[in-house]
Design a protein around this ligand. Structure first.
Ligand SMILES: NC(=O)c1ccc[n+]([C@@H]2O[C@H](COP(=O)([O-])OP(=O)(O)OC[C@H]3O[C@@H](n4cnc5c(N)ncnc54)[C@H](OP(=O)(O)O)[C@@H]3O)[C@@H](O)[C@H]2O)c1
Length: 354
């Protein structure tokens, strides 16, 4: 049986993405073959294509951090899971494919009846948001938080979950995202026109309890000024220091996974050494998953449950067929996207999990 897979052949722009047709992979011992229904398209995928994300594999590779699909074939020694079961996984790369083989221990069961695109949005974006809120910042009802990139994938998840946690929400975004941020219960701050530190102090006087900052570099340091004494910046990206530009630039080049990391570490260390009780704490979903896989599983099950109870409703920006992965990443690169872009495999255009 043949299937379609996307590969990155060299680090660079969207031209580096190619559609290939090849034999379906066979599961090895301990592995399960999954027929992918939905794969998330994220900024880390695009950064891996450019060669600058810390998790960038060597070329050629198949991008795709997260997926939801159907168990299709079991490798030797696999038990306790059946063909037809719906599962979710975060392989970090490899999800842009019709079939993928994964270790059984990486699969989390998904309840029937959910929309595959909504379910896949929970994996990278909502787990990141949930763990930063509840495990890194340990937020309490009534606290004030500032979310940078609030109309984006992780940002909108932080708004949804922040509202459930009864937080007072502020979000930076461009003018294109302001309506979405307001709809999700946040007070929008236009990062192109306003200084967010001045605006936060104007709106709250003493500052916020927590800032969630995916932008990194000097921006993290500026975020620290928006905190009240005792507050925390949760730093979860260093996109600007990696690119020297905005979050959605394009870049061609070599694999350079650790560029920008020393300056990032310096800001974190500096925040602990300087007076003012304003800390910068790093968060990385992949590091926490490697160190504490049970927490990843537990948090994804919690989020799937919230989705099933309709307590959260991920924003889907657009659904593309898997063969249009390049157009999907171009759309992400153009900026102004609200919510999650998802690749849907042809056999499942309805997107419903049955
Ligand atoms: N550490 C972790 O575990 C982890 C996990 C997931 C994601 N991340 C990181 O999180 C970041 C966001 O990922 P995503 O998938 O949510 O991306 P996304 O969906 O593209 O969202 C990014 C958002 O940021 C906005 N933005 C751009 N420049 C900005 C600025 N200077 N100030 C405020 N907002 C700005 C964009 O708005 P416009 O397009 O309207 O300009 C966009 O809405 C990436 O750096 C990614 O690597 C880290």
């Amino acid at each position: 049986m043949r299937h379609t897979r996307i590969i990155v052949t060299q680090y660079g722009g969207p031209d580096a993405l190619h559609v290939v047709e090849e034999e379906c992979p066979e599961p090895k011992a301990g592995e399960v073959r999954v027929r992918v229904q939905a794969a998330g398209v994220s900024l880390p995928d695009k950064m891996a294509r450019e060669g600058i994300h810390p998790e960038t594999p060597r070329v050629p590779f198949t991008p795709g951090w997260d997926l939801v699909g159907v168990v299709d074939r079991l490798g030797d020694g696999v038990s306790g899971i059946e063909s037809g079961q719906i599962v979710a996984a975060m392989p970090i790369h490899g999800a842009y494919a019709e079939f993928v083989c994964l270790s059984q221990r990486d699969l989390v069961p998904v309840p029937a009846g959910l929309d595959a695109a909504e379910a896949v949005s929970l994996i990278l974006n909502y787990i990141t948001a949930y763990q930063m809120l509840h495990r890194s910042a340990k937020v309490r009802p009534g606290q004030r938080v500032l979310i940078h990139g609030a109309a984006g994938g992780v940002g909108s998840a932080l708004l949804h979950l922040g509202r459930l946690a009864k937080l007072e929400l502020y979000g930076t975004c461009s003018s294109r995202g302001a309506a979405a941020v307001s709809d999700l219960g946040g007070i929008p701050i236009d990062y192109n026109r306003q200084d967010f530190v001045e605006e936060i102090h104007r709106l709250t006087s003493e500052g916020v309890d927590v800032v969630f900052d995916p932008i990194g570099g000097a921006h993290t340091w500026h975020s620290r000024k928006a905190l009240r004494p005792g507050g925390k910046v949760v730093a979860y990206g260093n996109t600007t220091s990696l690119r020297g530009e905005g979050l959605t630039s394009d870049r061609s080049g070599r694999r350079n996974r650790f560029h920008g990391i020393p300056i990032y570490a310096l800001y974190i260390a500096g925040s602990w050494l300087l007076p003012g009780r304003r800390r910068v704490i790093p968060y990385s979903i992949q590091t926490l998953k490697r160190l504490r896989p049970a927490l990843f599983r537990q948090d994804l099950i919690t989020l799937l449950d919230l989705l099933q109870q309709e307590k959260i409703k991920p924003l889907i920006a657009q659904r593309f067929p898997i063969t249009e992965a390049r157009q999907a990443q171009e759309l992400l690169g153009n900026g102004g996207v609200t919510g999650k872009i998802v690749l849907i495999c042809a056999a499942d255009t309805s997107g419903k999990i049955t």
